[in-house]
Design a protein around this ligand. Sequence first.
Ligand SMILES: Cc1cc2nc3c(=O)[nH]c(=O)nc-3n(C[C@H](O)[C@H](O)[C@H](O)COP(=O)(O)O)c2cc1C
Length: 160
Amino acid sequence: MASTNYDPRIAIVYASVTGNTEAVAEILQEICLSKGLEVELWPINAFSLSELSRYDAVLVGTFTWGSGEIPKEMHGLFEAFEHLGNNRIITAVFGTGDSFFAEFCGAVDRFRDMLFVQTDLAATLKIELAPQETDVVRCEKLVASVENKLAVFPGEISGY
Ligand SMILES: Cc1cc2nc3c(=O)[nH]c(=O)nc-3n(C[C@H](O)[C@H](O)[C@H](O)COP(=O)(O)O)c2cc1C
């Protein structure tokens, strides 16, 4: 496993109405903790957008609403990333959706396109409704991708 010589700060910030995305966020938190990573879990309504720049990595979790849309509670976070002016902050975006809809996890796609331009995007992950046992390994891969990026620039990420 790649090792870092500093303690990166990681936040998982998510929106969830019926609990599916929250369940994925909690799996990701468990995986981070099992690797000894310092991680905070924030429902979007409790997260202070002004704190965004204090994290080395942010994992964004969103369900999809309307016709492939980002739910309104995530609009502020989306705009905060657009205006952050820090394309070295490491990000990942995950979400749950229902493939019954034309744009499966469209909100993940919308965040992905923005985060790819505005940040150092490590990974994306789409899950069908509630996470299943087979999704755990996919969550592990997402965390590993974030961890790899954190390991590339140890000590250079914080403090700017
Ligand atoms: C009105 C409505 C619109 C939805 N639109 C979409 C959609 O366009 N694409 C999609 O993948 N899922 C869509 N969904 C499904 C939700 O994103 C899905 O149930 C998700 O897992 C809910 O997440 P949560 O349990 O974290 O709240 C929609 C659900 C509702 C109720």
